[in-house]
Each structure stands twice: as structure tokens, then as C-alpha cells.
Design a protein around this ligand. Structure first.
Ligand SMILES: *Cc1c(COP(=O)(O)O)cnc(C)c1O
Length: 428
């Protein structure tokens, strides 16, 4: 395929935007080559500046669960926009989407809307610290909770469980309060808690990891975290920015049957507009300003266009909960088809899948945590990515991402994808 215009636009963008992009993974650094500039999208398809049509497996990194330019969402936004785009005053639609979200998700009485997943997770941690009166948090290596300082932490040296900053600009002081644990390793979490008695405010986790490829929790892991939290007066935060309103109406809590104390949302909840949210039981949420002392605010929070998109999206999902089964079935079909053609070409791979989240790892071992995800062969992934792109299939430009299946994908689209993978697998 030809990407002349995209490449020219990328050149221009690089002069005025750092790296030419407003979020780093878009720059194709992990796969090489220039990123593709999009003009529009409809359903399962993206259209780029060079006139190419691509089957989309990113879907804006998750939000477009019903496909691009989904009519009820688009109409809701257009109608709202005609009445003004922001007031900085309360509007009825905020209560409407809050009521709907609270009715769909287990264990939450109140919800506050923010503008991104990052903001949601950052605020949830502040709430947990303020509520428990403790400072430290546990996060898992390879889980992503947005780019706020407390989360940009890598493993410290040697036996030390303190994290160290993994970006310049994050202070040592901040890093010291984040303890890094291994995903799917309950004993490791327990040892961290034991050596930081009475100091840990919360454990934050992606209940199904999606930011190191898809990594489902092993049996008993989330249940074990729940027990540890109960035993040590620690709040359990489920970061459901990716899994919320995707795995089930009630997200991972519902699908996996484990209760969280605080839940964060993003992506699907905004229907493609910039929305995040965090929610909990009343007893916890009532500590937030203006009711309580824990401060959190936002000029554009609860923005009417964003709420209109989110409300339209959640309304569709609430009305048609069979969508969750339908996209999980499509994902299973894709899994089987991809496995078959990779086997045929003797490619070494592991496929992880849960619900409508799936990822192909070019690794032999089971991928259960960040270390095993990192064993994947990135050169193979690069070839795979560009091979698929040449065949009109767009997957995330990094091996550490989940593919998102949407209701707009037809079985014919999936067959085309499997056929393209068959072609590409022969060249890996
Ligand atoms: C995308 C994501 C975030 C960050 O959300 P932004 O809207 O990009 O700030 C946080 N947590 C998880 C699990 C995510 O997938």
C-alpha cells in the first residue's frame, strides 16, 4: 500500500508536535516506519490520507466497541453541540449517565466523571490514600494506569521492593511510595504487604491486564488479592478503563465475580470522547470534595458532549447485553482461525484471550506477567505488523497491546483477517 501523504503529514507534524504525535505509541517507534494519518472511519473500517481502507483492530484503543461513527452516539453529540458545548455548571445529563453506570456496575453507589483514564486512576489513588490515611500503593509491573507520576515506576534494584522512576521528571520521593509487584504472583504481593505493614493504602490492578498484551488473571489471583486487602485494611482498586463496559455490563467485577472497592473507567464509557470516571461505595465516595476533604475537580469534567456520547453508548450496551457475548464469540472465532494458520506455518506463538480482548505473543512460554510478555520476539512482531498492514489489517503498532474486537466486525472481516495472517505467517 502507498503511504505518501501520511508520510508527508508526519513530516509536517514533527516540526510542531514532539515526535509528530500527541501520544507516543502512535509514532510507530516499536515497529518502524511512518504512522498512518486517518481521515475517517465507519464501522470496522478506517480510511487513511492515501485512500487505503483498513480493517481496524485498535478501535481508538478500545472505546469504539460498537464500531466507528456509531449512529446513536454521533447523533447524540451533534444534537447536544447545538445547545452549547460547555457551561461549567451542573447539567441533567450528568445525573442520567451516573444513574445508568451505577445501575450497570456492581459495588458502586456514586461515580465522578473526569476527562481521561489517567485522571480517573490518579484520583482513585488519592481517594484511597485520603480514605485510609496511608501513603503507599502497590501496582503491578506491566499494568498501565495512565501517565501520572505514581504509576511511571519500574522495579528497583536487587531485593528492594521500592520502585524507581522510569521517566525523568518523576521524583524519587514519589517513586518510593509505589511498590511494584508481579502480576499473577500472590505470594509476591503478600511479601510486599508483610514488609510494609500498616503503610499500604491500596492495590491498583488491571483485573484483566491489557497493556502488556492481554494477560488474564490466573485462577484465585484476584480472589487472593481481595482477601489480602480485607485482612490488611487495604482498598482494592480495579482499573477497568479497558475492561469496563467491555467484558460485561459490570466489567471484570461481574465477569470474574470479584468485588473491588474503587473502580476506574475510561475508553468505552466516553463513546470516543474524552471521558474517565471513578466510582465506589457511598462510604468512600463521600470523602470527596465538596462533601469531604479529599480534593478533586475539573473545568470540563462532565462536559455535555462527552456525557452525551457516553450516555448513548452505555444505553446501547445496557439495552443489548448480548453484545458482550457476541464480541466474545467473534474473538474466539478469530483465535481459532489465527491459531490454525500459525500452526500451519510452524510459527512459535502464544495467544491470550478473554472476552473481546486478545493478543498474539511470539513467544513459546505461557505469557502470565510482564517478564514472560517481554520474552516475545519483537522482530517477528514487526514483520507481522507490517505484513498485515500491507494486507489491509491494522493492529496496534506494538507487541504489548491488546487487539479490540468490536460488534461492527463481521465474520467475513474476520475471515479476511485470518486469510491475511495465513499469507503473512509464511513470511515470518
Ligand atoms: C488506557 C488506559 C489508561 C489511561 O487512560 P487515558 O485515557 O489514556 O489516560 C489507564 N488504565 C488502563 C487500564 C488503560 O487501558
Amino acid at each position: 500500500m502507498i503511504y505518501q501523504r501520511s508520510s508527508a503529514l508526519f513530516k509536517a507534524a514533527q516540526k510542531v508536535i514532539p515526535g509528530g504525535v500527541n501520544s507516543p505509541v502512535r509514532a510507530f517507534k516499536a515497529v518502524g516506519g511512518d504512522p498512518i494519518f486517518v481521515t475517517q472511519a465507519k464501522g470496522a473500517y478506517l480510511y487513511d490520507e492515501d485512500g487505503n481502507e483498513l480493517i481496524d483492530y485498535i478501535n481508538s484503543w478500545g472505546p469504539m466497541i460498537l464500531g466507528h461513527a456509531y449512529e446513536p452516539v454521533v447523533n447524540a453529540v451533534v444534537e447536544k453541540a447545538k445547545k452549547g458545548t460547555s457551561f461549567g455548571m451542573p447539567t441533567e445529563i450528568e445525573t442520567q449517565i451516573a444513574e445508568l453506570a451505577v445501575s450497570m456496575v456492581p459495588n458502586i453507589d456514586k461515580i465522578r466523571f473526569v476527562n481521561s483514564g489517567t485522571e480517573a486512576c490518579m484520583s482513585a489513588v488519592r481517594l484511597a490514600r485520603g480514605f485510609t490515611g496511608k501513603d503507599k500503593i502497590i501496582k503491578f509491573a506491566g499494568c498501565y494506569h495512565g501517565h501520572s507520576d505514581s504509576f511511571l515506576i519500574q522495579a528497583g534494584s536487587g531485593a528492594v521492593t521500592f520502585g524507581s522512576p522510569n521517566s525523568p521528571g518523576v521524583t524519587k520521593g514519589t517513586a518510593q511510595d509505589t511498590l511494584l509487584a508481579k502480576y499473577n504472583d500472590l505470594a509476591h504481593v503478600e511479601s510486599i504487604i508483610t514488609s510494609n505493614k500498616e503503610e499500604i493504602a491500596c492495590i491498583i490492578i488491571e483485573p484483566v491486564a491489557g497493556n502488556m498484551g492481554c494477560i488474564p488473571p490466573v485462577k484465585g489471583f484476584l480472589e487472593g488479592l481481595r482477601d489480602l486487602c480485607d485482612a490488611h485494611n487495604i482498598l482494592l482498586i480495579f482499573d477497568e478503563v479497558m475492561t469496563g463496559f467491555r467484558l460485561a455490563k459490570g466489567g471484570a467485577q461481574e465477569l470474574l465475580g470479584v468485588n473491588a472497592d474503587i473502580v476506574t473507567f475510561g475508553k468505552v464509557i466516553g463513546g470516543g470522547l474524552p471521558v474517565g470516571a471513578f466510582a465506589a461505595r457511598e462510604e468512600i465516595m463521600n470523602h470527596l470534595a465538596p462533601l469531604g476533604p479529599i480534593y478533586q475537580a475539573g473545568t470540563l469534567s462532565g462536559n455535555p458532549l462527552a456525557m452525551a456520547a457516553g450516555l448513548a453508548m452505555l444505553t446501547e450496551l445496557n439495552k443489548n447485553p448480548r453484545i458482550f457475548k457476541s464480541i466474545a464469540d467473534k474473538t474466539e472465532y478469530l483465535h481459532k482461525g489465527v491459531a490454525e494458520v500459525l500452526n500451519k506455518h510452524n510459527v512459535v506463538y502464544t495467544i491470550n484471550r478473554l472476552g473481546s480482548m486478545i493478543s498474539v505473543h511470539f513467544a513459546e512460554e505461557n505469557v502470565v506477567d510482564f517478564d514472560t510478555a517481554a520474552l516475545g520476539n519483537n522482530d517477528t512482531f514487526k514483520k507481522f505488523f507490517h505484513g498485515l498492514l500491507d494486507n489491509g489489517i491494522y493492529i496496534a503498532p506494538s507487541a504489548f497491546e491488546t487487539w479490540f474486537i468490536t460488534e461492527a466486525l463481521t465474520y467475513d472481516d474476520l475471515d479476511k483477517t485470518i486469510a491475511a495472517i495465513d499469507k503473512v505467517a509464511g513470511t515470518l
